[in-house]
Design a protein around this ligand. Structure first.
Ligand code: ATP
Ligand code: MG
Length: 381
């Protein structure tokens, strides 16, 4: 008899011939998650098992955060030959429970001498004998005792929902424009959840923005990194570009032109990473630089697809996810961002392309971009 974690995966089931590839990736990620706890991972019966973790509860928590895991539970594994052993284990698992229960058993071993309804009935009977205060409710039970008869028998009561999604790395790479705000970490998390390996680009305007502001962004990347399996962060010095825009371009267009330079530089970083797309935390109409026209103007400077997973989300919806994924408390720390330092009083909400281009013509774009690229600091988190 021993305790282990049964891991269920969701969508990778759908992948037909690619399934072994997705399975290997998922096993790999589960391994990374439980290794610090001494956990061992194996694939058996089409099921991922985690054994030997020094703290099973902590391992369960770690496993349910891995993208691609649909649900997981701590199960007791026993020999299936002697039904009395299964029954004793069932009684032990139900100890201390109150209210109603049902037994739900499944056999993948069709040669097992008892059929599922017989197992349900017999175990239900013995549990009731042991705990007369319990009662059976087949439709809305307070507790469900699951019994799986496979190579061995597995018994468990509590199933924990996983984050879902797909294993990181199975769906290519993308580069996230990561600010210190609430939105962009959530945007990165959502795309990573779809199996995409993320790298990040952060623009900072030292000394107008402080080292603390930069550290905060790296902290956000560290929080994401736990589920994203490591993130390479490109920290780009942006002061010179911002100063040049501020000096030479029409005041109400400075934010928009700055956003266009961010996109251009982020695309260069993405190319270095062999990433196929950019990610931003933009949402229609949230601020002046995210009106329909402004989004069109920032989009038009890059060739790669730009993923904006939050495009139709309200701030309150985004905040809710930020809390759930653990980035919110860091995001609201009050350090300045390069966008807020040079914010114009009346940013253009219906920008004209001709004005944007005329403004940009006054800048030595190639040299400015090159110097920013040359000054990049790379941080692995
Ligand atoms: P967030 O909460 O993500 O900061 P925001 O509401 O403040 O978003 P903006 O400042 O207009 O919106 O930025 C829009 C998007 O541009 C951000 O979601 C992010 O993807 C990118 N961005 C903004 N500032 C930076 C920065 N300093 N470094 C990298 N990306 C940035
Ligand atoms: Mg911002």
């Amino acid at each position: 008899m021993r305790e282990l974690i049964l891991v269920r995966y969701g969508e990778i089931f759908l992948k037909g011939l690619n399934r072994p590839y997705f399975m290997r990736a998922l096993v790999d990620k589960v391994k990374n998650a439980v290794q610090p706890l001494g956990g061992k991972v194996m694939l058996r019966d089409g099921r991922i098992l985690v054994t030997d973790a020094e703290d099973m509860q902590a391992a369960l928590e770690a496993v349910t955060k891995v993208f691609g895991v649909h649900s997981a539970c701590i199960a007791t594994e026993v020999e299936k030959e002697d039904f009395n052993v299964i029954a004793q284990t069932a009684i032990k698992l139900m100890k201390g429970m109150q209210g109603s229960f049902r037994v739900e058993s499944r056999r993948s071993d069709k040669k097992y001498p008892m059929q599922s309804p017989d197992i349900n009935r017999e175990l239900g009977y013995r549990i009731l004998n042991a705990y007369p205060e319990l009662h059976v409710d087949l439709h809305h039970p307070d507790h469900t005792l699951n019994v799986e008869i496979r190579e061995q028998a597995y018994l468990y009561c509590r199933v924990v929902q996983g984050v879902g999604g797909m294993p990181v790395g199975t769906n290519g790479k993308a580069t996230l424009l990561l600010s210190g705000g609430i939105d962009s970490p959530v945007a990165g998390w959502m795309i990573a959840k779809r199996g995409v390996q993320i790298s990040a680009v952060h623009f900072h305007s030292y000394p107008y923005t402080s080292d603390r502001a930069k550290e905060k962004v790296l902290d956000l990347a560290r929080i994401l990194s736990a589920s994203c399996c490591g993130i390479r962060v490109y920290v780009v010095p942006f002061t010179e570009i911002q100063m040049a825009i501020h000096e030479k371009c029409p005041q109400d267009y400075t934010t928009l032109i700055m956003r266009r330079y961010m996109m251009r530089i982020a695309e260069k970083c993405a190319e270095r990473e062999k990433a196929g797309a950019l990610i931003t935390g933009e949402s229609i109409g949230q601020v002046a630089s995210q009106t329909m026209e402004a989004l069109g103007a920032t989009n038009s400077v890059v060739h790669m697809p730009v993923f904006r997973p939050l495009i139709g989300f309200d701030k309150s919806d985004i905040t809710e996810i930020a809390v759930k994924i653990g980035t919110y408390d860091t995001s609201i720390l009050p350090y300045e961002d390069c966008c807020t330092v040079f914010t114009p009083r009346h940013p253009a909400t219906h920008p004209r392309m001709a004005t944007i281009l005329k403004g940009e013509e006054l800048l030595d774009s190639d040299a400015l971009i090159q110097r920013a690229l040359d000054g990049i600091e790379i941080v692995e988190v």
